[in-house]
Design a protein around this ligand. Structure first.
Ligand code: HEM
Length: 435
C-alpha cells in the first residue's frame, strides 16, 4: 500500500493537544485511527506505531535508513554538534566515545556520589512541612549530572552552572524551537532573544571552566575531561563550541528526565500503602552503610522503577526521519516521512500489561518483557545513552531516601502528565511532607 495510514489532519491542533495532554492525545489517536496512524507535526508527517511487531520492524531496520528527527530545524537552537541531532558516522563516533562513561566500572564509581548527594538533599527537607517533590528531585539529579558529566565537585562552581542550566531550560520554548519565524530578536524582547542571552552567558562560564581545565594537570575522570583529552577520528581535538554542545545534550537529556521519573516513582509508591510497605522493608533490610551494588540487586526496587517508567514514560514517543523507503505493517512509507514509536501506546496495551492504568510493580516480577514490549529508553542505535546511569540513579536515590525518611503525600489525587520544558512530567506540583 503506498498511501499513508489515516490520522488527524491538523498539525496545529494536534500539537496544542499534545502539549497539554501528551498521553491522551497519542492514546486517543490510536483508538480513533488504529495502529499505525499518521500524526501531523511541525516536523512533518510521522507514522506512529505502538505495536510490538511494528516496533520490531522499526528497530531492526538498518540504522542508516534513519536521520535524527528535526535536525535541520533544531540545530540552530540545540547546536549542530548535539548528539541528539547527529546521524550516521558522526553519531556512531560520538556514542562510541561517550558510551563507556555510562556503563560498567565507570557507572559504579558514581554510586557513592549519588547516595551522598541524595542524603545531603533529603536531610534538608523540612519536618512536617509540604515541599515540591519534583523540585527536590530536580535539584538532586542536576547535582548528580553536573558532578558526573562536568566533574564540578566544588560547590560554588556547581552553583553557578546549576543556575545557568536551570535558566536555559526555562528559557527554551517550544514556540521558537518549532517555528523558525519566531527566532527574531524583536529589540531584544522576544523569548528567542532571552534564550540567546542566557546561552551566551552560559557559554562564557563554560569557556572559563575549559580554560582552567586545560591549564591544570590534575587527573580527572568526568566526561568533560575525557572528551578534552580525546581526539576525533581525524586526529583533531574537540573545540570549545563542540564540547559545549555535547555537554548541553547530556545535561539536557539527563537531568529533567531522571527527576520526572523519580517524582512519578515516589508519587505512585506513596499512593499504595502495600507497595510502600514492601519497598521500605526491602531497602531497610540492607546493611549500613549502603552498598550501591547491593541496591541494584533488590528485585522489588527494580520492579518499582520499571513500573514507574512504564506507566509514565518521560518520552511518550520517539521518532526518526526516513532517508530511504520502508515497509511498515503493510504500508510502503516514502523517504522524508518520519516514523515514531508510540512508547505510551505500547506501555498501555492491556494484552501486555493487564489493567494498564494501574501501578503494579508485581507485573515485572512475574513476567519478563521482550525488547519490543517495553521501551522507556527508546531503542536501536539511538537508545538512551544514559539508560543504565538513569536506572542506577533512580534506585540509589529511592533507596537512600526511603531508608532514612518517612514521607507522605499531601494530597492523594490523580495527577496528569503534561509537557514540562523538554520532557513529559507531572502537570501539577506534587507535594510531600517528611514526618
Ligand atoms: C529516567 C531517565 C531517562 C529517560 C526515561 C530517558 C529516555 C530517553 C529516550 C526515550 C531517548 C530517545 C531514544 C530513542 O530515540 O530511541 C533518550 C535519548 C538520550 N538520552 Fe536519555 N533518558 C533518561 C536519562 C538520561 C540520562 C541520565 C542521560 C545522560 C546522562 C541521558 C542521555 C541521553 C542521550 C545523550 C540521548 C540521545 C541518544 C542518541 O540520540 O543517540 N538520558 N533518552
Amino acid at each position: 500500500m503506498s498511501r499513508l495510514p489515516s490520522g488527524p489532519s491538523n498539525a496545529l491542533f494536534t500539537t496544542v493537544r499534545y502539549l497539554r495532554d501528551p498521553f491522551g492525545s497519542l492514546l486517543g489517536a490510536a483508538r480513533k485511527y488504529g495502529d499505525p496512524f499518521t500524526w501531523p507535526t511541525f516536523l512533518g508527517k510521522m507514522v506512529v506505531t505502538g505495536d510490538p511487531s511494528g516496533i520490531k520492524t522499526l528497530l531492526s531496520a538498518d540504522p542508516d535508513i534513519y536521520e535524527a528527527l528535526g535536525a535541520d530545524l533544531l540545530a540552530p537552537v540545540l547546536g549542530e554538534n548535539n548528539l541528539i541531532l547527529l546521524s550516521g558516522e558522526r553519531h556512531r563516533g560520538m556514542r562510541k566515545l561517550q558510551n563507556p562513561q555510562f556503563h560498567g566500572e565507570r557507572l559504579h564509581a558514581y554510586g557513592r556520589l549519588i547516595t551522598s548527594i541524595a542524603d545531603e538533599h533529603a536531610g534538608r527537607w523540612p519536618l512536617g512541612q509540604a515541599f515540591s517533590i519534583q523540585k527536590t528531585m530536580q535539584a538532586i539529579s542536576l547535582d548528580v549530572i553536573l558532578q558526573a558529566v562536568l566533574g564540578l565537585g566544588e560547590p560554588a562552581a556547581r552553583a553557578a552552572f546549576r543556575d545557568a542550566v536551570l535558566s536555559i531550560v526555562a528559557a527554551l520554548k517550544p514556540s521558537f524551537m518549532f517555528i523558525r519565524a519566531l527566532r527574531r530578536p524583536m529589540l531584544g524582547l522576544s523569548a528567542w532573544a532571552r534564550f540567546q542571552r542566557l546561552r551566551a552567558t552560559s557559554a562564557a562560564l563554560f569557556e572559563k571552566e575549559l580554560a582552567a581545565r586545560r591549564a591544570s594537570a590534575e587527573p580527572r575522570e568526568d566526561i568533560l575531561s575525557l572528551m578534552l583529552a580525546s581526539r576525533k577520528e581525524d586526529g583533531s581535538a574537540f573545540g570549545d563550541e563542540e564540547l559545549l554542545e555535547q555537554m548541553i545534550s547530556l545535561i539536557g537529556a539527563g537531568h529533567e528526565t531522571t527527576a520526572s521519573a523519580l517524582t512519578w516513582a515516589l508519587y505512585h509508591v506513596h499512593r499504595d500503602p502495600s507497595v510502600k510497605a514492601r519497598l521500605v522493608e526491602e531497602v531497610r533490610g540492607l546493611a549500613a552503610p549502603l552498598d550501591p551494588q547491593a541496591v541494584t540487586r533488590l528485585p522489588y526496587l527494580d520492579a518499582v522503577c520499571s513500573e514507574a517508567l512504564r506507566l509514565n514514560p518521560v518520552a511518550p514517543i520517539v521518532g526518526r526521519t526516513l532517508r530511504r523507503g520502508l515497509t511498515l505493517q503493510g504500508y510502503d512509507l516514502p523517504p522524508e516521512i518520519s516514523v515514531g514509536i508510540g512508547i505510551v501506546n505500547l506501555h498501555r496495551r492491556a494484552d501486555l500489561y493487564p489493567e494498564p492504568e494501574h501501578f503494579r510493580p508485581e507485573r515485572f516480577l512475574s513476567r519478563e518483557y521482550g525488547p519490543f514490549e517495553y521501551l522507556p529508553f527508546g531503542g536501536g542505535s539511538r537508545r538512551c545513552l544514559g539508560a543504565a546511569f538513569a536506572v542506577y540513579e533512580m534506585k540509589l536515590v529511592l533507596a537512600t531516601v526511603l531508608r532514612s525518611h518517612s514521607l507522605r503525600l499531601i494530597r492523594d489525587v490523580p495527577v496528569r502528565a503534561a509537557l514540562r520544558n523538554t520532557t513529559v512530567g507531572p502537570a501539577s506540583t506534587i507535594e510531600m511532607a517528611r514526618d
